[in-house]
Design a protein around this ligand. Sequence first.
Ligand SMILES: Cc1cc2nc3c(=O)[nH]c(=O)nc-3n(C[C@H](O)[C@H](O)[C@H](O)COP(=O)(O)OP(=O)(O)OC[C@H]3O[C@@H](n4cnc5c(N)ncnc54)[C@H](O)[C@@H]3O)c2cc1C
Length: 393
Amino acid sequence: MSRSFVRYDAVIVGARAAGAATAMLLGRAGLRVLLLDRGQYGADTLSTHALMRSGVLQLHRWGLLDSIVDAGTPPIRRTTFRYADEEVSVMIKAGHGIDALYAPRRTVLDPVLVDAAAAAGAHVRYGVTATDVRRDAGGRVVAVEGHDDTGRALSFNTDIVIGADGLRSTVAARVGAAIEHRARSASAVVYGYWSDVETDGYEWAYRSGVAAGLIPTNDGLTCVFAGGPPWRVGRGGRRVIDDIVHSASPAIAERLAAGRPPAGVRSFPGQPGFLRRAAGPGWALVGDAGSWKDPISTRGIADALRDAELLARAVVAAASGEVSEREAMSDYQFVRDRLTLPLLEAADAISAYDWGDDEINVLLRDLSSSMAADLEVVVGFDPIDVGPLREAV
Ligand SMILES: Cc1cc2nc3c(=O)[nH]c(=O)nc-3n(C[C@H](O)[C@H](O)[C@H](O)COP(=O)(O)OP(=O)(O)OC[C@H]3O[C@@H](n4cnc5c(N)ncnc54)[C@H](O)[C@@H]3O)c2cc1C
């Protein structure tokens, strides 16, 4: 077993949206941070990548939006909703320094965040799998245990272990984080990347029992997704996309037919949403590890960025002695839950796919108002107080 002699202020397991953003913010605040991931730098992951306004705003404030734009991510200036025989087009309003949305591939977004974490002083290690946590005699989590790619056992001492290790979080399991809210339904999704498709921003289409969408992204590609109850999506495949897109919107199907289809597509079988306890003595969860919403919400990434900032504020406040860890973490959980629960419920209602054509617009309105509450909180974030903390801890 190799034990690190460095004692970290925070060890973060999972180096994507939630973990890398948290590491960057804690590093910028002067904390000693280790960011671990069992995967590889720049690897893709199973996810489409439509970013909502609060996430784009955070990237802008963190000084990272230019890198996303420089990577050739196209601006999204309009969202079009199609349901029943209605088509509603909403222009993206300029405000708070942004005038467009973006949907960067995860091979673009995640490395930008990881690079920013490293530039902020975080130690970044790939090929390290966390398998357990260690506790002191009082039950407080004090270390992460795991191994590297060669199987060598590793152990890292830390003041706090942050589980940003996704939907099937090992950290959540090892700390015994209880699930405090469960959604009822789960929808399945199949998606792929088309070229030469005429698009005009985000396009979402809904018809009884199905949904589909277009997400313009890097390299001139358009991510096309098709969702429905698991029995409808089955094992996925291109034909399922063609079939569902045609049911949801024949007009979109016609444009797809004129484009160039991908050689392969990816599918996700579905998983009901949940909200886990967010923190305990010496540990916290962020991103999907703590809160999972059905992908039809297209909110997971923006929520991961928002919760990274809420958690980083709590960790910084506790480390500076401004408030107790218990108080800081209970504030983190309170705000996360207040923002997440309405969204989780709205996504749950849509992902049940038991609505009729005349009901979906009401459900979409609920989803949209939960996003408005979220944006208000993100707009109101003051800059994190950086600098003096390194001396204070
Ligand atoms: C089909 C699908 C479509 C989606 N579409 C959208 C969308 O359009 N918009 C949107 O906002 N969200 C979408 N989401 C949700 C979004 O993908 C997630 O919410 C987001 O990835 C959460 O980021 P995260 O950093 O919390 O976790 P993840 O992105 O899952 O990252 C977790 C990281 O932890 C690492 N890890 C896991 N276990 C360990 C371990 N034991 N040791 C070390 N490392 C570990 C993994 O290697 C991984 O890199 C979609 C999800 C799916 C499945």
